[in-house]
Design a protein around this ligand. Structure first.
Ligand code: SF4
Length: 362
């Protein structure tokens, strides 16, 4: 049987994609899935329940588990016996630029036997020296105790992922998408293939969303009996909202409250304005992230971790934490002119007013 698996996120694009799939195929052929990161706004869960009721469907909730990875990391930390610091080394050269030979405590030149091109040769070992300050690779006993106390699965996929990795994802290391969304969805679809089905994965991707998606294909084969179908690649955001409205489906209320996208609350890619909106409207989510920063910080070797930490050049992690913890970022989001001046108008945002990035408030 051909099954049409639709990834639903609670956002406008995936909702329009789901509507298209339901308009073209019987309900028993359409399998909506939702990858729950655990870092969602409660409005997303309510919107999914609304879609289920309005469209008479069941959306399968998928949650990644990192129990095994956390157990393995606990074992690794407990057994870590590496030396205190590791240094890169460089060969010492004499004034003529030749390597200086290494000598033992009696002044004899140290040699070693190596095989080169099939021949055993004895060569002189060059003298080397440490370069730079090295890096701390060992877990101190204090850090071990602190991490082992905290490092237990919480059942929240996002937090467990960060506890396992000992850090939050970042723009440069965006492992959250892969671990929390892509892998659970692919595993679910592979399970369907194993049951003998052919899977068409419907994805609400639009080319005008970002340069990374500018060349998205409408249809492609992604594996044995697995295909990707992106019916919205040529659509604009306005067309997507229109399509949902014509089907009588309301947009996610988060769009009416300053969110330009529906996903994690907040996403690591959150913009300054959106962070300001979040802190004004949902301070409880800022508090939750602050608690997560403390937990992840305790579970990592350095003892500090922040969610929004790209681009800080200080070497001292404590300085980075002071500047980039979520409360500091919220204060920064309230400023204008490169973060130096408080934007007094920003404090006048009325938390209940409509602030749709898409002009949905008319
Ligand atoms: S990229 Fe943003 S929305 Fe996507 S999983 Fe990471 S934090 Fe969540």
């Amino acid at each position: 049987m051909i099954l049409h698996v639709v990834s639903v996120s609670g956002g406008k694009d995936s909702t329009a994609t789901l509507l298209l799939a339901l308009s073209r195929f019987r309900r028993d052929r359409v399998v909506p899935i939702f990858c729950d990161t655990g870092n969602e706004h409660e409005a997303v869960y309510e919107y999914l329940a609304y879609l289920e009721q309005a469209l008479d469907i069941q959306i399968h909730r998928l949650r990644a588990s990192f129990d095994d990875e956390i157990a393995a990391k606990r074992m690794f930390i407990a057994r870590d016996r590496r030396v205190g610091r590791q240094y890169p080394r460089a060969v010492v050269l004499d004034s003529a630029g030749n390597p200086v030979p290494k000598r033992d405590s009696r002044g004899n030149i140290v040699t070693r036997t190596v095989v080169r091109r099939g021949q055993t040769v004895v060569e002189v070992v060059p003298k080397t020296r440490k370069v730079g300050g090295g890096r701390k690779v060992r877990w101190t006993n204090t850090a071990k105790r602190r991490a082992l106390e905290i490092l237990h699965p919480t059942g929240n996929p996002y937090l467990d992922l960060c506890l396992w990795k000992g850090r939050f994802p970042s723009r440069k290391a965006q492992f959250c998408t892969e671990e929390l969304k892509t892998k659970p969805a692919v595993l679910f679809q592979l399970g369907l293939v194993d049951q003998g089905h052919t899977v068409v994965s419907w994805q609400g991707v639009r080319r005008d969303e970002s340069p990374a998606r500018a060349n998205a294909l409408k249809f492609e084969c992604i594996g044995p009996r697995m295909f990707a179908f992106r019916p919205l690649v040529e659509w604009s955001a306005a067309q997507v909202f229109d399509h949902c409205a014509q089907a009588g489906i309301q947009p996610n209320p988060l769009y009416l409250q300053g969110c330009s996208r529906v996903g994690c609350m907040p996403c690591i890619n959150v913009g300054k304005d959106e962070l300001r909106q979040i802190s004004a409207r949902w301070p409880e989510h800022v508090e939750r992230i602050a608690q997560w920063e403390l937990l992840v910080g305790q579970a990592c070797k350095r003892g500090f971790s922040t969610m929004l930490s790209d681009g800080h050049e200080a070497a001292d992690r404590r300085e980075i934490f002071a500047d980039l913890n979520i409360y500091a970022r919220v204060e920064w989001a309230k400023t204008s002119r490169g973060g130096k001046q408080y934007d007094l108008l920003a404090d006048l945002i009325e938390p209940t007013a409509c602030a749709s990035s898409y002009g949905l408030c008319g």
